[in-house]
Write a protein that binds this ligand. Structure first.
Ligand code: NAD
Ligand code: DAU
Length: 354
């Protein structure tokens, strides 16, 4: 391609948030060369990017971030100006069942990327940027009041959040020690299209549609702060371009829901979309054994991002949830493909006899 102004490697671009970010960058920045580096684990799916796969500023590279040698070769070939790092093992329940995968990908993988960026950029780091996409879960769990701020002390409590916290520390350490130009954001729960149906919202949409039990952990009283995935992608765009090196930005929608209230709302919307009697889908609610170490409440204070960079969420939750439900109902084929194969054994291990 001609007139390339920047080459950016986006890791994890075939996953849920990564695919929305790749799409945004490919469409919005025709002069950027966007390299999607992804291992294509169970959570990575190139079908998420069908609409832009032939764009001339887009390229897919299959690679494992745990494999340092292949990362060095890729960085050497593409000479990226920027890295936006989303590749991770991302599901808390899987981290409880199998922590090691999280330690390799999230910690060792991030260290490998930092080393590859350092080696490629050498002393000349002007205009370069390493952007690490992280989670609010690194801050631990809130009681009934208060919010996570950028200054909140880290207190991760699951193998997933501990691995993400470790990776955040590594990014900050490379910034401080080696002067690597880096920035981190910590976001709350995302929802929207192309999310793998191991996570609450797509899992429950799929189960409601198929008249399967809705496994609510514990009493359903845990609270999450939900943000539309495209608003997260817009925030990453702002922070990548305008954020300060060495800084952290919290991203969230000021949109807290107890799980049970959210599930009831989903049931109500689904009743109406599927032409069911009022209250019919709610009958599928089944209380099951709680998640081990289940964090009670997450809530993000995103004032810094709003005041310094002028970002605000664009979508009201009820509208976003309805749009999301419609998307999954209209994209049956996508759901069928991702729930075939290994998904069935994952589901059985996670939920049968829970
Ligand atoms: P996801 O599980 O949907 O996608 C992860 C992607 O990373 C997949 O495409 C997968 O193939 C790829 N990947 C996994 N291991 C890899 C490896 N070793 N090498 C290369 N690629 C690999 O995840 P997501 O929900 O889109 O989350 C993306 C990032 O955002 C993660 O870092 C996560 O911690 C963070 N995050 C997620 C949320 C959320 O609500 N989903 C909120 C805040 C932050
Ligand atoms: O807060 C950001 C984090 O949000 C991200 O860093 C993670 O990658 C992402 O997976 C998400 O973590 P959660 O654990 O909050 O999301 P999950 O969809 O797994 O669960 C949301 C809530 O619903 C949580 O309180 C557990 C509950 N739950 C979940 C599932 C899958 C149930 O009650 N039943 C279920 O079957």
């Amino acid at each position: 391609m001609n007139n390339v102004t920047k080459t950016i490697i986006i890791t994890g671009g075939a996953g849920f948030i990564g695919s929305h970010l790749v799409r945004l960058f490919v469409n919005k920045y025709p002069n950027y060369r966007i390299i999607n580096l992804d291992k294509l684990t169970y959570a990575g799916n190139l079908a998420n990017l069908k609409d832009i796969e032939n764009a001339n500023n887009y390229e897919f590279v299959k690679a494992d971030i745990v494999d340092a040698d292949s990362l060095f070769a890729i960085f050497d070939k593409y000479q990226p100006d920027g890295v936006i790092h989303l590749a991770a093992e991302s599901h808390v329940d899987r981290s409880i069942a199998n922590p090691n995968e999280f330690i390799f990908t999230n910690i060792v993988g991030t260290a490998n990327l930092l080393n590859a960026a350092r080696k490629t950029w050498g002393e000349n780091m002007e205009g370069k940027r390493f952007y690490h996409v992280s989670t609010d879960e690194v801050y631990g769990s809130l009681g009934e009041t208060g919010f996570f701020k950028e200054t909140t002390a880290y207190d991760p409590r699951s193998p997933y959040s501990a691995s993400k916290a470790s990776s955040d520390h590594l990014v900050r350490a490379y910034g401080h020690t080696f002067g690597l130009p880096s920035v981190i954001s910590n976001c709350s729960n995302n929802y929207g299209s192309y999310q793998f149906p191991e996570k609450l919202i797509p899992l429950f949409i799929n189960n409601i549609k198929n008249n399967k039990a809705l496994p609510v952990y514990g009493k359903g009283e845990n609270i999450r702060d939900w943000l539309w995935v495209e608003d997260h992608a817009r925030a990453i765009d702002k922070i990548y371009h305008e954020g300060k090196n060495g800084d952290t930005y919290n991203i969230g929608g000021h949109n807290e829901w107890t799980n049970i209230d959210l599930i009831r709302l989903m049931c109500k919307i689904m009743d109406s979309k599927l032409g069911r009697n009022k209250g019919e889908s709610e009958k599928l609610i089944t209380y099951v054994k709680d998640r081990a170490g289940h964090d009670l409440r997450y809530a993000i204070d995103s004032t810094k991002l709003q005041n310094e960079l002028g970002w605000t969420p664009s979508l009201q939750f009820e509208e976003g949830l309805e749009k999301t439900i419609e998307w999954y109902l209209e994209n049956e084929e996508w759901m069928k493909n991702v729930t075939s194969g290994d998904y069935q054994s994952y589901y059985e291990e996670q939920y049968i006899n829970r």
